[in-house]
Design a binder for this molecule. Structure first.
Ligand code: GAR
Length: 190
C-alpha cells in the first residue's frame, strides 16, 4: 500500500465526520493518518472524541488573537509541527483566510450539507427545509477564498423529509460519512 497521507481535520462541533474519518483511517479504508485535529472551539464535543483516540488537538480560539491572520499563523505553526499535508474541514464553521490558503494551495477540502451552489454558509439544512426544496444533498469541494465556492469534487442527492429538519439532517449525515471517505481516497490517489 502507498504511504499514508498526513491530514489535519478541522472541526467546530460534534465531530461525527471526524469520527468517521478516524475510523476509516484505523480500518485502512482511507489511505491517510490524522496527525492533528484543529478546532476553534475548545469546548466542542469533537475534542473529547479526539482525546479518546489519542489524536493531538490544537484548540485555538480566534478571539485570543488581534487579527484573523495572527489566528491562522498560530494554526499554521501547529500544522507545520504535525507534518500535515492536507487540511480536511469537517464541520469547521469559519471562513478559511489567506494564510492557510497560501500555505496549502488546492490542498484544503470541505464537506457541506447541501447541493452547492444552493444553500451555502451556515444552517444549510435548515435553509433547504425552510425553502421547501424536495431534494438537497451533500457536496465535497476544494476550498477557495469564497464561502463554499471552490471546485466541486463530489455530490450526492438526499431527499428532504418534508418539513422535518432533524430527519433530513439524519439522512444527510448518513450520506456524508461515506461520501467524504470515498472522495478523499480518490483525491489522495491522484
Ligand atoms: C456537517 O453536516 C457538515 O457538512 C457541516 O457541519 C456538520 C458537522 O457535523 N458543515 C458545514 O455546514 C460547513 N459549512 P459533525 O460535527 O457531526 O461532523
Amino acid at each position: 500500500m502507498n504511504r499514508k497521507v498526513k491530514i489535519a481535520v478541522f472541526a467546530s462541533g460534534s465531530g461525527s465526520n471526524f469520527a468517521a474519518i478516524e475510523q476509516a483511517c484505523s480500518a485502512d479504508e482511507l489511505n491517510a493518518e490524522i496527525v492533528l485535529m484543529v478546532t476553534n472551539k475548545p469546548e466542542a464535543f469533537v475534542v473529547e472524541r479526539a482525546d479518546k483516540v489519542s489524536i493531538p488537538v490544537a484548540a485555538i480560539r480566534p478571539k485570543d488573537f488581534e487579527t484573523k491572520d495572527a489566528y491562522e499563523e498560530a494554526i499554521l505553526h501547529a500544522l507545520r509541527e504535525s507534518g500535515a499535508e492536507w487540511l480536511v474541514l469537517a464541520g469547521y464553521m469559519r471562513l478559511v483566510g489567506p494564510v492557510l490558503l497560501m500555505a496549502y494551495p488546492s490542498r484544503i477540502v470541505n464537506i457541506h450539507p447541501s447541493l452547492l451552489p444552493s444553500f451555502p454558509g451556515k444552517d444549510a439544512i435548515a435553509q433547504a427545509v425552510a425553502h421547501g426544496v424536495k431534494v438537497t444533498g451533500v457536496t465535497v469541494h476544494l476550498v477557495d477564498e469564497g464561502m463554499d465556492t471552490g471546485q466541486i469534487l463530489a455530490q450526492c442527492a438526499v431527499d428532504v423529509v418534508s418539513g422535518d429538519e432533524d430527519k433530513t439532517a439524519e439522512a444527510i449525515h448518513a450520506v456524508e460519512h461515506g461520501l467524504y471517505k470515498d472522495t478523499l481516497n480518490e483525491l489522495f490517489s491522484r
